[in-house]
Design a protein around this ligand. Structure first.
Ligand SMILES: Nc1ncnc2c1ncn2[C@@H]1O[C@H](COP(=O)(O)OP(=O)(O)O)[C@@H](O)[C@H]1O
Ligand SMILES: [Mg+2]
Length: 404
């Protein structure tokens, strides 16, 4: 069929033609935001799930809902090599400018700028390269101790008070939260705790890989009071069918039942893969009726494309010993494995590979589904590793190289 009319959209954060199976979580976001806007307290949430399940797409939707409800909304993405204060400073400054431009003069907004300036001064000591223009004197003694846990709370409070003074609310939406370090995560939680205690109109909504939950570590009890961690996962068979059928039918095309069944078997219901299979099957189909044979042909193309992009970008960021560790994990089969068995597969002690394992968790490649277990954060990555490093090559590498 005409590739120009192809509705399917594999890609990080790319909105799908049909956002299947996510109504409950979006309804929940609407209620949460609505209550915060109305000055009521409400437990917020951090979406937790593997790569490619649709977390970023959901955060984009939630951002839109927040803006529709009149929030000053900020959507940002945490990075492995960008610290939280550096991410927050420019966006909070921007929010304050928006609040400043509203009608009349607000002392609270002016104070917001002064506290932001104090925070900036303290942060500058650590990150000399930071450039945020702020033509205002600091409020000395507030948010400038250099201890991010207390400073961030003071900053959020001042900014939230400014928003409250303008009869609006702030939604801070952060993607890839697992890239924060433990101290930043704790500071973020303490800061949200502060604004929520004071019933200020400020809400944090986030998303991240499963390691995010463990990262809340020392602020765990606060985190549990402030947030739920709704799991975002693969789609049910019914929702997966809808994700394919709705866009097809809207363009006078169709998937046969056997074709739908085959896509589900191949993709296990993971949204990214559904888009990829839908995309390939559409282009390959000789008629507007997509059948089993077409899907079978699409499978090879879909896997090739994933190997070149979705999987490949992650593989290329690995060191040789990290690749070996992941290959050993894949050797044991699909799904979660005992960490001890992985070390054994490599012929070493658990302690020897512990640093490699930790780095892989930090890089967002693997996580620990329960104590002593390890699994990939990318669905179907085990079979990709087996394709990339055939077993003979893996055996040779095990013999030759040290494993860390
Ligand atoms: N509910 C859904 N139904 C169908 N496709 C979806 C759904 N959610 C996401 N997708 C598709 O899945 C892919 C990955 O989405 P993304 O938000 O980047 O995932 P994540 O942030 O969890 O890695 C995108 O191509 C998107 O269009
Ligand atoms: Mg994402």
């Amino acid at each position: 069929m005409d590739p120009i009319k192809n509705p399917f959209s594999p890609g990080a954060g790319t909105p799908p033609p049909e956002l299947a199976g996510r109504k409950p979580i979006l309804d929940r976001a609407k209620v949460c935001l609505g209550r915060i806007m109305a000055g009521k307290s409400e437990k917020s949430f951090l979406l937790v799930g593997l790569r490619g399940v649709g977390k970023t797409v959901l955060l984009n939707e939630i951002n839109k809902i927040a803006e529709e409800q009149g929030f000053k909304s900020i959507l940002l993405e945490a990075h492995e090599d960008k610290r939280l204060p550096i991410l927050l400073l420019p966006v909070l400054r921007q929010i304050l400018y928006q609040l400043d431009r509203m009608e009349g003069l607000s002392e609270k907004v002016k104070r917001g700028f002064r506290v932001l300036r104090s925070f900036l001064n303290a942060v500058k000591v650590k990150y000399q390269d930071i450039e945020v223009g702020l033509d205002i004197d600091p409020e000395t003694g507030t948010a400038d101790s250099g201890d991010i846990e207390s400073d961030l709370a003071a900053l959020f409070e001042a900014v939230a008070e400014a928003a409250s003074d303008r009869n609006t609310a702030i939604a801070l939406i952060i993607d890839e939260l697992q890239y924060l370090n433990e101290l930043e995560m704790s500071a973020l939680i303490m800061a949200v705790h502060r604004v929520s205690q004071k019933q200020l109109p400020f809400v944090l909504i986030g998303a991240g890989l499963p390691q995010l939950v463990a990262l809340t570590g020392k602020s765990k009890s606060y985190a549990e009071r402030l947030f739920d961690f709704p799991p975002i996962g693969a789609l049910s068979r019914q929702d997966a069918d809808e994700a394919l059928l709705e866009p097809a039918r809207a363009r006078n095309a169709n998937f046969e039942d056997a074709a739908l069944k085959e896509v589900y078997e191949q993709t296990k219901g993971y949204p990214y893969f559904i888009q990829e299979w839908g995309y390939q099957a559409w282009n390959l189909s000789p008629t507007s009726n997509i059948d089993l044979l077409t899907v079978q042909k699409a499978t090879q193309q879909a896997i090739n494309r994933l190997d070149e992009s979705f999987f490949r970008v992650r593989f290329d960021r690995l060191t040789p010993s990290e690749k070996r560790y992941l290959r050993a994990l894949a050797q044991l089969g699909d799904g979660s494995q005992r960490s001890g068995d992985i070390a054994e597969e490599l012929g070493v002690k658990g302690q020897t590979v512990a640093p490699t394992r930790n780095n892989l968790i930090k890089k967002g490649m693997i996580y620990s589904p329960s104590h002593g277990d390890t699994d990939f954060t990318v669905p179907l990555f085990a079979s990709f590793m087996r394709r990339m490093i055939p077993v003979e090559k893996f055996e040779t590498e095990k013999q030759s190289g040290p494993t860390t």
